[in-house]
Design a protein around this ligand. Structure first.
Ligand code: FPP
Length: 246
């Protein structure tokens, strides 16, 4: 589709928007390599893209966006890259007080906090506190996040409640598990977008994505534009969601 923004927005059914979008922002390294730049330049460009996409989702009236910024497996990357990503996250969170927070965005981090530095933990708390009364889109930044870790954590919490007699084993329900996840209280993602031609979920929102529509694109994350977002939403709206029914 080669319409301008206005025309494309006219073709999107605003009454059938995904309520929650998940994004696996992949391809920063390849984007940088193609330009003869260090991987860090790709991550920096990726952070700029993220700002644009969150702003557009918020303007469209989408309620939640969850973005995969750093997985529990990403610690295996070279120390230099891990440090760069952590510093980028720190400055992104700091800057958000002047940018996304002013646009009414609620910012939250999901994932294990213990492994993060004291400085990042304190900044997350500050940013969450600073934005908690906003009424726009909720942006979950998945940071040191992995679905399996999230499910183990939920299982332990439920096991504790069973052990102390608060609930019986037979009382355990799907809703109870959902409530114990980092995304507890939020609606599951309707649409998950992964860039850079990788066709997997990589430990991202695996419980929550049971009925999500998956959208894969060859575009590398730093190149992902508002037009690409609109195209993903149009594709989502063309799907027939049956939730296991007919
Ligand atoms: C995957 O690309 C991307 C990441 C592991 C990091 C995602 C981070 C950002 C988009 C920017 C920072 C985010 C915030 C919230 C400030 P890759 O490095 O695996 O790319 P490759 O597969 O091409 O090597």
């Amino acid at each position: 589709m080669f319409f301008g923004r206005k025309k494309r927005l006219e073709t999107i059914d605003m009454n059938n928007l995904p309520v929650h979008i998940g994004v696996i922002m992949d391809g920063n390294g390849r984007w940088a390599k193609k330009r003869g730049l260090p991987r860090s330049a790709g991550h920096q460009a990726g952070a700029d893209t993220l700002k644009k996409i969150v702003t557009e989702c918020n303007n469209m009236g989408i309620k939640y966006i969850t973005v995969y910024a750093f997985s529990t497996e990403n610690w295996k990357r070279p120390k230099e890259e891990v440090n760069f990503l952590m510093n980028l996250l720190l400055s992104y969170l700091r800057d958000s007080e002047k940018t996304l927070a002013k646009e009414n965005v609620v910012i939250r981090a999901i994932g294990g906090r213990e492994e993060l530095s004291e400085e990042i933990r304190a900044q997350i708390k500050k940013t969450e506190e600073f934005t908690k009364n906003n009424t726009g889109i909720v942006m979950n930044i998945a940071l040191n996040y992995g679905s399996r870790e999230e499910l183990v954590r939920a299982a332990k919490k439920i096991a504790e409640r069973t052990k102390c007699g608060e609930i019986q084993v037979d009382d355990i329900t799907e809703d109870m598990i959902s409530a114990e996840l980092y995304t507890g209280g939020q609606l599951d993602p309707d649409l998950i977008i992964r860039t850079s031609n990788e066709l997997r979920l990589s430990n991202f929102l695996m419980w929550q994505s049971a009925y999500s529509e998956l959208y894969f694109t060859k575009t590398l994350w730093p190149d992902f534009s508002v037009r690409d977002l609109h195209n993903a939403i149009l594709e989502y709206q063309s799907r027939n969601r049956r939730y296991g029914g007919v």
